[in-house]
Write a protein that binds this ligand. Sequence first.
Ligand SMILES: N[C@@H](CCC(=O)N[C@@H](CS)C(=O)NCC(=O)O)C(=O)O
Length: 118
Amino acid sequence: MKYIRKILGALVVFFDALTRPKPIERSVDAQSDVDGRSKNLSLYQFHACPFCVKVRRTLHKLNVNIELHDAKTDKIGNELLKEGGKRKVPCLRIEKDGKVQWMYNSKDIIVYLQNSFA
Ligand SMILES: N[C@@H](CCC(=O)N[C@@H](CS)C(=O)NCC(=O)O)C(=O)O
């Protein structure tokens, strides 16, 4: 089962790399606005998780460059569990006005990114 999951994960990553949509092109000013507004975001994720791949595709398409944390490692996985409440990915960390929100569902994350940066 573990190996089947590994193979499926590798296939998802492979097909994502083959079929990635072109990123949105923006003026220098518009891209710099997006870069500024996305500074407070980071994504906790696994490289080969299909839900994480979906979120990374959206980030790529919207040309939003945020920090990615590999929650497979004990350090980051435990940080996610401690701070966010669950060791589940994808999880978007949103820091706003000194408060931190942990958004856990890929569909919610994608809607949030589209509403913020499309
Ligand atoms: N419905 C969730 C599913 C996320 C999910 O199942 N993630 C898996 C990795 S592919 C996970 O974090 N599993 C660990 C766990 O559930 O504790 C989403 O769309 O984000």
